[in-house]
Design a protein around this ligand. Structure first.
Ligand code: G3P
Ligand code: MG
Length: 377
């Protein structure tokens, strides 16, 4: 088996040292800072890849990403290096995203290797199991929540469709014409008694599509204690899968993300309500996300090397390094730095970050192109 190195490891954070390291070609760096996976034991390191701005822009793989990911597999297609995707994006169940990524990247990615912004929502099932909840965002937010085990879920598209005139601008939204999905196909008769049953929780699963309508309907739900058109009441719990102000996507400059939507909702809600908006945000840079990712990588390595000494406690992290490869300093790099050992950060220049050197506010351990990140030894 050919040796394998993750090129850019634990370089010093000072600018001078970083520049010296970057002057070397990736292969030089690989020889200086490499962890071997060719030995008899398990690899001593794992990798977490951000998706938007690192692996993909829109639906197109970023130059070098396919090659870099394929190098983590043996010739026969088996996984050689434990890695996962750690993204703040979402909107489809993990198994669907794994399939999409497998097709786009030409390798076999398992659902356990996909951690989405909303993945932690499954931990909240017990609290809301039989309560009516509303799921917001692009894709199939209600299907995501149902698959996690929530029993009474409506997408905001469907929920809004039961309240006549809730969105006074709906007749002017000619862009809806041609959409075959959820909004127009909403059932005429609600599955639940939405006119008397209060919404007990709101989950922003992915980037909201119709901001104007969603801001209106969420203000209605949140200010009335879960029943639009009625008196003011206590705010039901509100969750955001992530808090990214901006993300890369396919357009040349950054696009407004879920964090921007949160700011819009919070600003408006705080003007129309007696109490400030209460909410919980998940996603990177929350250290909990990195802890969880480390656990998943431990489980993954145990399944790759069932006979090795890895049969110890999963809670005990045995990696000497886990690399977070991301494009957003505030989210990916800040998160990895806050998570501490064994996390190291690798900042790519293919997305939100475009600087020449390092990010001044959230400096990464290494800055590179995705194609330079992973080199065979
Ligand atoms: O909507 C996705 C975006 O907010 C971030 O995605 O993969 O860069 O964490 P990612
Ligand atoms: Mg990104």
């Amino acid at each position: 088996m050919r040796g394998f190195g993750f090129a850019l490891v634990r370089t010093a954070r000072s600018r001078a040292e970083l520049q010296t390291a970057q002057r070397g070609r990736p292969s030089d760096l690989a020889q200086r800072f490499s962890h071997s996976a060719a030995g008899p034991g398990r690899p001593s390191f794992g990798i977490a890849f951000d998706i938007d701005g690192v692996i993909l822009r829109g639906r197109s793989p970023i130059g070098g990403a396919q090659r870099a990911i394929r190098r983590l597999y043996s010739e026969d297609g088996t996984l050689k290096i434990p890695f996962l995707f750690l993204t703040n994006g979402g909107g489809v169940p993990e198994h669907r995203r794994a399939l999409e990524l497998s097709q786009l990247l030409g390798v076999d990615i398992s659902p356990t290797q996909v951690v989405l912004g909303h993945s932690p929502y499954r931990e909240l099932v017990n609290r809301f199991e039989d309560d009516l909840i509303v799921a917001v965002g692009k894709g199939e937010p209600a299907i995501v929540m149902s698959e996690y085990g929530f029993r009474k879920v409506l997408s905001i598209d469907e929920y809004a469709s039961y309240f006549k005139d809730i969105d006074p601008l709906a007749p002017f939204k000619t862009w809806k014409v041609g959409q075959t999905e959820s909004y127009l196909s909403a059932k005429v008769h609600p599955s639940y008694d939405v006119y008397s049953e209060r919404v007990k929780g709101v989950f922003v699963v992915s980037d909201p599509v119709d901001w104007g309508r969603d801001l209106q309907v969420l203000c209605d739900i949140l200010s009335t204690g879960g029943l639009p058109g009625t008196e003011k009441g206590d705010q039901p719990p509100l969750y955001f899968a992530a808090d990214d102000l901006e993300y890369q996507a396919a357009f040349p400059s950054e696009r407004l993300g879920m964090g921007a939507f949160r700011i819009a909702l919070e600003s408006i809600f705080n003007q129309i309500s007696y109490h400030p908006l209460k909410y919980t945000s998940y996603g990177k840079p929350n250290p909990f996300v990195f802890k969880n990712a480390a656990k998943i990588l431990e489980k993954l390595v145990m399944s790759m090397y069932p006979d090795s000494q890895t049969l110890k406690e999963v809670n005990e992290c045995q990696f000497s390094a886990i690399y977070m490869v991301g494009d957003n300093p505030k989210v990916d790099i800040n998160g990895a730095s806050k998570a501490g050992h064994p996390w190291s950060s690798v900042l790519t220049r293919t997305g939100v970050f475009r600087g020449k050197d390092n990010d001044p506010q959230f400096p990464a351990d290494v800055v590179c192109l995705i194609s330079e990140c992973i080199v065979p030894l």
